[in-house]
Design a binder for this molecule. Structure first.
Ligand SMILES: NC(=O)c1ccc[n+]([C@@H]2O[C@H](COP(=O)([O-])OP(=O)(O)OC[C@H]3O[C@@H](n4cnc5c(N)ncnc54)[C@H](O)[C@@H]3O)[C@@H](O)[C@H]2O)c1
Length: 250
C-alpha cells in the first residue's frame, strides 16, 4: 500500500515503523505542528496514496475525512475525541467513495482480552462458586480511572454474567455486594497498561491478563486495518474497528 501518515507524533512514528516492516510505502508524513513532510496533505500526496492512517488531534477531523473520501482513500482513523461530530465526520464515506474504519482501540491484544473476558464470564454464569473482579495498572500520569479498556471489559462481564449487576470502581472501604463487580485501578511508574480479569472460587483462582509493553500493538492493528480495507476488491463505506476485528478473529 502507498500510505499517508496523518499526525506524525508518538503514534504516527510507531505506524511508520510497522508500515515499513510490512513492506508498505509512506507517501507523506503530514503534521500540522511541522514535524512531518507537509503541514497539510498536498493534492500530489493524496493522488499517490491508497490509504491514510490518522493519529492526530481531533481539530481537523471533519475537513480531513471529506478530503480522504474525495480522493477515494481507505482511511483508518485512530484519532479520538470527535464523538460529538461523528455524523459529519463519517458522512462523506456513506456516498461509497473511499472507506473508513474508526475506533478508540486498535490493539488486537486488547480485543483478544475483551473476547476472552466475555467468554470467561459466560462460562462461569452457571457456576455460582466463581466470583470475578478486574484490576488495571497504569503509569502515574494517566488522567482517567478506571481506564477505558477496563470499563469496556467490565461492561462485557455485566453483559455475560447474570449475577453481576453494577461496576464498583475505586477502593471500597468495606465489604462489597455480591452483585457488584469491583474494578480497581493502580497508578504508578511507567506501566503502559496491564488489565487482569480474575475468576476466584473456594478451590482455585484463574487470571486472564493483557500486558501492553508499548504502543506498537495499536500501530500494528491500525496498519492491519488499512490492509483489510484495501484487500481484495477494496472495501467502501463506514466500518468500526469491531467490524475489522470480528473479521480477523471470529
Ligand atoms: N485508537 C487507538 O487505538 C489509539 C491509540 C493511541 C492513541 N490514540 C489517539 O491518537 C491520537 C494521537 O496520539 P499520540 O499519542 O500520537 O499524540 P501526539 O500528541 O504524540 O501526536 C499527535 C500529532 O498530531 C499532530 N496534529 C495535531 N492536529 C493535527 C491535524 N489537524 N492534522 C495533522 N496533524 C495534527 C500534532 O502536531 C502531533 O505531532 C490521539 O487522539 C490519541 O487519543 C488512539
Amino acid at each position: 500500500m502507498n500510505v499517508i501518515i496523518m499526525g506524525y507524533g508518538r503514534m504516527g512514528r510507531e505506524v511508520e515503523k510497522i508500515l515499513l516492516e510490512r513492506g508498505h510505502l509512506v507517501v507523506s508524513r503530514v503534521d500540522s505542528g511541522g514535524y512531518g513532510d507537509e503541514l497539510k496533505p498536498s493534492a500530489e500526496s493524496l493522488s499517490a496514496a491508497d490509504a491514510v492512517i490518522e493519529f492526530a488531534l481531533p481539530g481537523g477531523i471533519k475537513d480531513n475525512t471529506a478530503l480522504y473520501s474525495e480522493y477515494g482513500l481507505k482511511a483508518v482513523i485512530g484519532t479520538t475525541g470527535w464523538n460529538e461530530e461523528k455524523e459529519e465526520v463519517l458522512k462523506p464515506f456513506e456516498s461509497g467513495k473511499g472507506a473508513v474504519v474508526y475506533g478508540s482501540n486498535y490493539s488486537i491484544g486488547a480485543h483478544l482480552f475483551f473476547r476472552m473476558t466475555a467468554q470467561a464470564s459466560r462460562m462461569i454464569n452457571k457456576v455460582e462458586e466463581y466470583d470475578t473482579m478486574l484490576i488495571e495498572y497504569h503509569h502515574n500520569k494517566k488522567v482517567d480511572a478506571p481506564s477505558g479498556t477496563a470499563l469496556t471489559a467490565a461492561q462485557l462481564v455485566l453483559d455475560n454474567l447474570d449475577r453481576k449487576k453494577e461496576i464498583l470502581p475505586g477502593n471500597p472501604p468495606g465489604a462489597i455486594k455480591p452483585e457488584q463487580l469491583h474494578v480497581a485501578s493502580v497508578r504508578g511508574g511507567n506501566i503502559p497498561g496491564i488489565h487482569t480479569l480474575t475468576l476466584d472460587s473456594p478451590a482455585d483462582t484463574l487470571e486472564i491478563t493483557h500486558n501492553a509493553r508499548n504502543r506498537s500493538g495499536f500501530a500494528l492493528g491500525a496498519v492491519m486495518a488499512a490492509e483489510w480495507l484495501c484487500s481484495g476488491e477494496g472495501r467502501t463505506g463506514v466500518f468500526t474497528v469491531d467490524d475489522f476485528i470480528s473479521d480477523l478473529l471470529d
